[in-house]
Ligand binder design. Structure first.
Ligand code: HEM
Length: 500
């Protein structure tokens, strides 16, 4: 204030006018300093990205980050400065280098900031040793063999129940919201695995209180990581604000049940019973009760909207193409009455449709931020200084016209060389390397086998038991446009179908 007094005396201007002027002056100087000292100023990119994160933040908070970055790649090439400290990478060899097994490019602190829990978990751990031990433990419980032995029949019966609910709504109410039902399926499956008992949301037709709060908490965490000052909203005593910004206490208390069943040696158990047993056997990666609470919540968050949205877009993509729908209905009709996932794995068209959905409508197409190791590195022909965040996004790799023919067209036959007018040759090595709906390398999705199992059962049941579905008028290209907050979701938050 003393400086203000001096300036006020010297200029004769009141402090009320001076204060905002000083604030604006300070902000401009800071911008200038950032721009002049920016370590990535030699890289291609819009001029303003040298000075500020603001344009990128705007894209993030308006749900348009992936499209914004994709457009920048079209304009500036595969290496683009998107903020003073972050570079987007769409170069295939750089992508392989960043994500290879044993990489030195660790996850950025964005993940830690995003998670609003008292302990780190599999999604947020950065230290390779700590992470390696946790990953090993969880990966064993999510391995294909373990899932097939212990969880397949549960997944199958939930997928069947879900499809019967869709059919029932379509018959009785005239329309069914597959977005709602696929979300309930995905959350019921992950909640059952994590807790050890069903949340019964498919039976009830709606999410329970735990799921509703967990969802709001995730939205709140997403807001706080981008705009930390909005943490202040947590002081507003309305239920929504409390659940969004202070809901973690409720969630961690709710997850006590997961701990109870993980420690129980009789009756229903959850995946953490095995995780704890393995950690005690191997003597590494000790798991305490808070770890169980945090990981149970992580698994539900990571496995719900991802699988639910991918199934929604798959249904939407197929129902827009009656020929494809008929071919799929014909294929799934060949399955035996008591089919299992192994039978579905042998259906070429169904699996090609799943892959093509992952390519164009994969639920997690956004930047996966990693940090350049100390000393810097050369990526895509450019030097990138150490500590810079480099992020690759599947959205761009899956639409690269140097890798995919006619990349914007939904064409499952590209996965079935030589069939129905598809290219005679199999996918190129570059296409295989660029395709990564479940992430890539050591930090790739631990739930991949579960997600694939759920999707196979859901698609097989839907197109066997609900022949002749079509999209309702309320579901349009506009309502199905992507909203992109790390994951993608249809803007309309619904996808209505009915019988033709
Ligand atoms: C279609 C469904 C799914 C998609 C598209 C998907 C996608 C992804 C992607 C892209 C990543 C990498 C994130 C990164 O590097 O930042 C990831 C990680 C992860 N996913 Fe999934 N996921 C799906 C389903 C699931 C399911 C069902 C579960 C749990 C049961 C799950 C649990 C996880 C976990 C725990 C991680 C963190 C892995 C780590 O860092 O080691 N996901 N997923």
């Amino acid at each position: 204030m003393a400086i203000l007094d001096i300036i006020q005396k010297a200029t004769g201007v009141s402090a009320l006018v001076l204060l905002p002027l000083v604030a604006v002056g300070y902000a401009l100087l800071k911008l200038l300093y950032t721009g002049l000292t920016c370590h990535t100023k030699h890289l291609p990119g819009p001029w303003y990205a040298r000075f500020t994160h603001l344009r990128l933040k705007r894209a993030v908070v308006t749900g348009r980050r992936s499209f914004y970055i994709h457009d920048l790649h079209q304009k500036y090439g595969p290496i683009v400065r998107i903020s003073p400290t972050e570079v987007a990478v769409a170069d295939l060899s750089a992508f392989k280098e960043i994500h290879r097994i044993g990489t030195k490019y660790l996850k950025s602190t964005w993940y830690e900031d995003l998670a609003n829990f008292p302990k780190k978990g599999i999604f947020t751990m950065r230290d390779p040793k700590e992470y390696g031990a946790r990953r090993k433990l969880l990966a064993a419980s999510f391995s294909k063999t373990y899932l097939m032995t212990h969880w397949e029949s549960e997944v199958r019966s939930k997928a069947h129940l879900c499809v019967s609910k869709i059919k029932d709504d379509a018959i009785r109410k005239g329309t069914a919201d597959v977005y709602n039902w696929w979300m309930l399926l995905a959350s019921d499956v992950t909640a059952h695995l994590s807790f050890g008992e069903s949340f019964g949301m498919l039976e009830a037709g709606k999410a329970n209180q735990f799921m509703r709060v967990l969802k709001k908490l995730t939205i709140g965490a997403g807001i706080m990581v981008e705009l930390p000052f909005l943490r202040l909203l947590g002081y507003i005593p309305t239920p929504t604000m409390q659940e969004m910004f202070n809901g973690n206490e409720y969630i961690l208390k709710g997850a006590d049940r997961a701990v109870e069943l993980a420690r129980s040696r009789s009756g229903e158990q959850n995946i953490f019973a095995k995780v704890i047993e393995d950690s005690e056997k191997e003597g590494e990666g000790h798991i305490d009760d808070m770890d169980v609470r945090v990981e149970a919540s992580n698994i539900i968050i990571a496995g719900t909207d991802t699988t639910g949205c991918t199934l929604t877009y798959l249904t939407w993509a197929v129902l827009q193409r009656p020929e494809l729908q008929k071919a799929l209905e014909k294929e799934v009709a060949t399955l035996p009455e008591d089919f299992v996932e192994k039978d579905v794995m042998e259906l070429p068209l169904l699996n090609a449709i799943v892959e093509e959905t992952h390519r164009l409508y994969g639920a997690a197409p956004s930047s996966l931020p990693r940090v350049v190791p100390k000393g810097g590195s050369h990526l895509g022909g450019h030097y990138i200084p150490g500590d810079t965040t480099v992020s690759t996004q599947a959205f761009t790799f899956h639409r690269d016209e140097n890798v995919w023919s006619d990349p914007l067209t939904f064409n499952p036959y590209r996965w079935l060389p030589g069939q129905d007018g598809s290219p005679a040759e199999a996918l190129s090595e570059d296409a295989k390397a660029a395709f990564h709906p479940f992430g890539v390398g050591s930090r790739s999705c631990v739930g991949i086998h579960l997600a694939r199992m759920e999707m196979r059962y859901a698609v097989a049941f839907l197109f066997r038991e609900c022949k002749g579905l079509k999209l309702s008028k309320s579901t349009t290209p506009e309502t199905m446009e992507f909203e992109n907050f790390f994951l993608i979701t249809p803007k309309g938050h619904h996808c209505h179908v009915e019988f033709a």
